[in-house]
Design a protein around this ligand. Structure first.
Ligand code: TZP
Ligand code: MG
Length: 208
């Protein structure tokens, strides 16, 4: 999950979401989260099924945001939950063995509580303020990221305002990966944007 794409059709500048995702994967995206806040359930499941088929040949895992039922229905690889979604223990009990769970942490308390859980990653939400999610919590910033790195055993993903200019320093400050919407979905070439972000991640990894 070093380069994690979170989908948002509204950010795709009118282009087909599946085209955007496939281009992004060809450019180096290693995990995809289907995030749908207003789609009807049936359309959500259809979209998840189609995305699952699209990603299969690339061996890129599909994660479903918020909805365990949609993840089960589409045999997705896992679920991403936030602090107001179903609790970790409930999600774990509902998912078959081998499925993964990612969790958003917005406060130090969330980070401490997450220590007892088996997470594929902890997402610091948001690293920076972003117009892509207006109801976000207080941003962690690089100082917050360093604190989480020192206080969590989980792989860390940062989300919110990540772009070509600030990716390397996020990796240098302890992030294992970055999650983005607009830096890829709204790029003129999602494939090139992904490949350039990947390059910035690799630069950060060699510096640490
Ligand atoms: N959660 C925290 S910030 C965010 C989400 C879904 C939006 C990230 O979007 P962008 O465009 O990469 O800042
Ligand atoms: Mg959620």
């Amino acid at each position: 999950m070093d380069l994690y794409l979170v989908t948002d059709e509204a950010a795709c500048l009118g282009r087909d979401l599946f085209w955007v995702v496939e281009e992004a994967v060809k450019g180096g995206v290693t995990m995809v989260q289907l995030r749908e806040k207003s789609l009807a359930t049936r359309a959500f499941v259809e979209r998840a099924n189609r995305l699952k088929e699209l990603l299969k040949p690339y061996q890129v895992p599909l994660i479903i945001n918020d909805r365990v039922d949609v993840a089960l229905a589409s045999d997705a690889d896992g679920v991403h939950i936030g602090q107001s979604d179903m609790p970790y223990e409930t999600v774990r009990a509902l998912l078959p063995p081998g499925k993964i769970i990612g969790l958003s942490a917005e406060t130090p308390e969330h980070v401490h509580e997450a220590e007892k859980w088996d997470l594929a990653y902890l997402a610091l939400s948001p690293l920076y303020a972003t117009p892509s999610k207006t109801d976000h919590a207080e941003p962690w910033g690089l100082t917050g990221l360093q604190w989480v790195r020192a206080n969590s055993r989980h792989p860390l993903v940062v989300i919110g305002g990540l772009n070509l200019q600030n990716t390397t320093e996020a990796i240098e400050h302890g992030a294992n990966g970055i999650a983005v919407i607009s830096a890829i979905c709204s790029a003129e070439s999602p494939r090139m944007a992904a490949s350039q972000l990947k390059n910035r991640i690799q630069i950060g990894q060699t510096k640490t």
